[in-house]
Every structure is written in structure tokens, then in C-alpha cells.
Design a protein around this ligand. Structure first.
Ligand code: BYC
Length: 483
């Protein structure tokens, strides 16, 4: 096995990047470490810092057997720096440098652009931990509590991954960015996180599952696009992060799926045929499907904003430079330079939403967003609508139109309903809570959020999972609360 692949677990910072041979970098990372632990104690999971949690830790970067499971106190989690194995002879797969050997160092002319992208990516990771800070207090089971903490420690590891890139490749600027990643706070008025959705609250477990379904899926798409990068260390970092990301989306898919399953079972048992009979459904202590739909509308639309503007010169420059590619770039059959190519973009024209063909280079955010929407739509069918159909109800969760409830890009200026019809301001205000959760919806969900800490027990509003983590039995104590 080449030296760069074996994971060194002996030092303070587990790594497969030969940290011991780079004392300057090691010192920089070691001096960043205490600040990171302070941040974790302050804005990481509230309480539970001394509980023993059954977590997986990455011990190799091979797709087979990269993780080991065991009880860990979260502050002792071995946050490491792990890059996917190098691909011998890798070449830049797209843009004007296509075909040249992939860069092992930052090309001077693209330094600012790369630093910006890595910083934005890095900023989202601690932000999500901050957003989920208080959820442990109301977990519906020890299984779910453990999953929350698994997501949290892995997002913190992703922060480490970006900090490694900043400190190794960007000198003093990179060190300053790394400090700033610990300084900004989700939702803070003076020093917010960089991207909009990462300043929103995640107040309850339905929000957590929606976030891991929709927003972690943006993470998947963006990481895929960065995994194509001609800057090889970024590509290798993102390739390994994607292995962890898959579990986060599973938690969201199955989490909402289990809520739906429980709701449908309770409706059946109570003889409720109409999913819109909200009062009767809620009286069963489960979350009605229309509330789940409104939450999906909210999280989907917030997440679409994370793709940036439909037409973007930033995205065009990053592609031309070979820094950020398309989803599955290496499986696309074209010139990978997009010379003369066009792409259809939904735009606002004369007060209507209409398709327009624009140069494909400037439409790369749109293209990634389209790939995202297709991916999310198929997961909604597979994980959610199938469960509703299996229970025999004629109801479908649908993704709203991309023009709905937007703050960034083409549709930020209009109010559209979930079908994409443009509404006047008055009508939007009047009908807003047909589409988006109301204070009463949120209060109802909040009223269900009571902790369940008995091994094997689950809150009234969520079904147990089909299988345990690491094949553990149903009553496994995933978190030993007292440590
Ligand atoms: N909020 O040219 P434009 C994840 C700014 S999630 C605030 O239209 P661009 C995770 C933009 O920065 C994945 N500002 O867009 C999930 C620019 O400002 P500057 C995170 C926004 O640059 C769950 C200006 O507007 N990774 O990993 O092509 C849990 C014009 O922008 C927003 C990435 O996003 C916004 N929503 O694309 C944990 C990948 N949108 O530069 C983790 C890295 C745009 O003019 N980031 N702006 O001052 C990128 O690729 C790009 O920065 C974006 C924006 C796709 C985000």
C-alpha cells in the first residue's frame, strides 16, 4: 500500500497525508485543534459530551471496510484528515486545461477562486452542527440520538478536511480562513454563516430529517462537482467525504419515511381515510401528511437557493479553470469544455416563467440544480411515496416548482405557488400557509418533541427503523447517557 494511503493513528491528528513529514503544517493544525474543541463544546451537541456514543470512525480510505464501530465520547472522536487514494496519472477532466496532469499544488492564477470555494464548503460543515445543537434533548429514540451525533462528528470531520486544504495550500490566508470558520456562527446577526440556508433554525426532528434529506443532498451534488476538480487534493478530499455523506442522506430519507409510516399506521388504526383530516390525525399523536408536505416545500426551496444564481459567471469561471466540474462529469459525453454549447434555463420573461437557451457555461449552477431536483424527486418516490401507497392512501408528497419561495436567483423577485403560478403579494400573504408551515404547524410538531431514552423504545410519531446500525438488535443501547 503506498505510504500516502495508510492511515496514521499514532499522532494527535489521524491522517493519511504524511503529516509527520510536514512539521510546519502539523504545528498549524495542532494549534487550530484546541479552538476547534472549544467550538465543539460551545456549539456542538448540547449536553451528552460525556455520554458514550456508538459511533463509526474512519480507519481507512478503502471503500470496503473504511469504518469501525465502537463507543466513544464525542470530544474524544478521532477527527482525521483522510483523502481518497490517488488515481495514478489523473488528468484535469474539463475546462481549458482539460487533459493536462491534475495539479498537486494550487495554480497561482486560480488561488483566490479555489480558496473561496473551499472556504464556502468548509463554512457549511460547522454551520450544520450549530443548527442541530439542541436536538439531542428531544431525540425520539437512542437510535436517532446516535444518528444525530454521527452526523455531527462527521460534519466536524469535514470541517477538518477543508481546514487541512486551507492550511496546507494557502499559507497565512488559509490559516486566517481556518480561524474564521470557527468564528462565524449560524444565525448570528453580526457574523453569520456564509450561505443562506445555513443560518436557518433546525428546531425539531422533522426539520433535522428534512435537512439531512434535502440539504445534505446539496452537499452530495456540490461534493461531486468538486470531486471532479483539477486540483487533485480537493478532488481526493471530496471523494472520501462522499462516502460519509451517503449515510447522512439515508438518515433523512429513512427518518421522514419512518414518520410517514407511523402516521399512515395510526390513520389506519383509527379508521381515518382522509389525510387532510388534520385534527383527527394529530389527535393520534402523529404528524399529518399535509404538514410533512409543507415542511418539504420549505426545506426544498431553502436548499435550491444553495445552488446560487441560474446564470453565473462565477460558475463559468470555475469550470473553465478546471476547478469545479459538473455532476458525474466523467460520465458525460461531450467536449467537457462546452464550446458553443447551450443549456435550457427557466427564467422570468414578461412576468412568466419560461425556458430560455443560454450558453451552457453560464448555466452550470442551473444544470447542477436540475441534477439535484431529479435526484431528490426519485428519493421522494422511493422512500416516502411508496410508504404512503403501501399503506393504501391516495396521497403523494410532491416537490414544489423551482420558482416557489426563492430568495436567490431568477425567482427571488416573485411570489409563486408550488405549481409555479405567479401570485400577487396579497394572494401570497393570504395563502402562504397553504404552502409553508404555519406557527400552529410548528407548535404542533414541537409539542411532540419529548425525549425517549429507553433502549428499543420510540416516540409515538415515528416508526422503528427496518434494521439497526451495524446490525445491532432493536434494543441496543446506542447511547449510554451517563457515560
Ligand atoms: N447564500 O454567481 P452566483 C454541504 C453568493 S452543502 C448566500 O449566483 P456561485 C452540507 C455567492 O457566494 C454544499 N450567498 O453563485 C450540507 C456570490 O457571492 P460573491 C456546500 C449566496 O458563486 C449539509 C454571489 O451570491 N458547498 O456541504 O456560482 C450539511 C453570486 O453568486 C448564495 C458548496 O456550496 C446563498 N445561497 O455559486 C453540511 C460548494 N448563493 O462570491 C454540509 C462551494 C450565492 O460574489 N460553493 N451566493 O461574493 C460554491 O460552489 C458556490 O459558492 C455556490 C454559489 C454554489 C454556493
Amino acid at each position: 500500500m503506498p505510504e500516502a494511503i495508510a492511515v496514521d493513528y499514532d499522532g494527535l491528528i489521524p491522517n493519511n497525508v504524511g503529516l509527520n513529514a510536514d512539521p510546519r503544517l502539523r504545528r498549524a493544525l495542532e494549534s487550530w485543534h484546541p479552538g476547534c474543541l472549544d467550538w465543539w463544546r460551545e456549539r456542538g451537541p448540547e449536553g451528552f459530551q460525556s455520554s458514550l456514543v456508538y459511533l463509526r470512525t474512519a480507519i481507512s480510505v478503502e471503500p470496503e471496510g473504511w469504518a469501525k464501530f465502537g463507543y466513544v465520547r464525542m470530544p474524544d472522536y478521532r477527527w482525521g484528515i483522510l483523502l481518497a487514494p490517488p488515481v495514478e496519472g489523473r488528468r484535469i477532466p474539463f475546462g481549458e486545461h482539460r487533459g493536462e496532469p491534475a495539479w498537486q499544488e494550487v495554480p497561482g492564477e486560480y488561488r483566490a477562486m479555489l480558496r473561496r470555494l473551499i472556504t464556502v464548503q468548509g463554512d457549511t460543515e460547522p454551520a450544520s452542527v450549530e443548527q442541530q445543537h439542541a436536538l439531542g434533548r428531544t431525540a425520539p429514540s437512542l437510535y436517532d440520538l446516535r444518528n444525530l451525533f454521527q452526523v455531527n462528528v462527521e460534519e466536524a470531520r469535514h470541517l477538518w478536511a477543508m481546514v487541512y486544504l486551507l492550511q496546507k495550500y494557502f499559507g497565512r490566508d488559509g490559516r486566517e480562513e481556518a480561524e474564521d470558520l470557527l468564528r462565524r456562527r449560524s444565525g448570528d446577526r453580526d457574523s453569520p454563516r456564509l450561505l443562506s440556508a445555513f443560518n436557518e433554525a433546525t428546531p425539531d426532528w422533522l426539520a433535522f430529517f428534512m435537512f439531512t434529506f434535502f440539504t445534505d443532498r446539496d452537499g452530495k451534488m456540490q461534493l461531486h462537482a468538486l470531486a471532479q476538480s483539477g486540483f487533485d487534493p480537493l478532488s481526493r478530499t471530496c471523494r472520501f467525504m462522499l462516502l460519509e455523506e451517503a449515510h447522512h442522506m439515508f438518515i433523512g430519507q429513512s427518518g421522514v419515511g419512518r414518520i410517514i409510516e407511523r402516521t399512515c399506521a395510526a390513520m389506519r388504526a383509527a379508521g381515518i381515510d382522509d389525510p387532510h383530516d388534520i385534527e383527527r390525525v394529530r389527535a393520534e399523536g402523529v404528524i399529518d401528511l399535509p404538514t410533512i408536505q409543507r415542511r418539504a416545500n420549505l426545506h426544498f426551496s431553502l436548499t435550491l437557493d444553495l445552488f446560487g444564481g441560474e446564470i453565473s459567471s462565477n460558475a463559468a469561471s470555475a469550470f473553465n479553470a478546471g476547478i469545479k466540474g459538473r455532476y458525474l462529469e466523467d460520465q458525460i459525453d461531450d467536449d467537457h469544455r462546452l464550446v458553443g454549447a447551450t443549456y435550457p434555463v427557466l427564467r422570468l420573461k414578461d412576468g412568466h416563467v419560461a425556458d430560455e437557451r443560454v450558453p451552457a457555461l453560464s448555466a452550470l449552477n442551473m444544470r447542477l440544480r436540475d441534477d439535484y431536483v431529479a435526484d431528490a424527486a426519485s428519493a421522494v418516490e422511493r422512500w416516502w411515496n411508496r410508504a404512503i401507497a403501501r399503506a393504501g392512501f391516495a396521497y403523494k408528497i410532491r416537490l414544489p416548482h423551482v420558482a416557489f419561495n426563492r430568495r436567490i436567483g431568477e425567482f427571488a423577485a416573485i411570489d409563486a405557488d408550488p405549481e409555479g403560478n405567479i401570485l400577487g403579494a396579497d394572494e401570497w400573504q393570504r395563502r402562504r400557509h397553504e404552502f409553508l408551515p404555519s406557527a400552529a404547524d410548528d407548535a404542533f410538531v414541537a409539542s411532540l418533541m419529548r425525549p425517549v431514552t429507553e433502549p428499543g423504545a420510540f416516540a409515538s410519531w415515528i416508526a422503528p427503523p427496518a434494521a439497526g446500525i451495524d446490525n445491532k438488535p432493536g434494543d441496543f443501547e446506542y447511547v449510554k447517557l451517563q457515560g
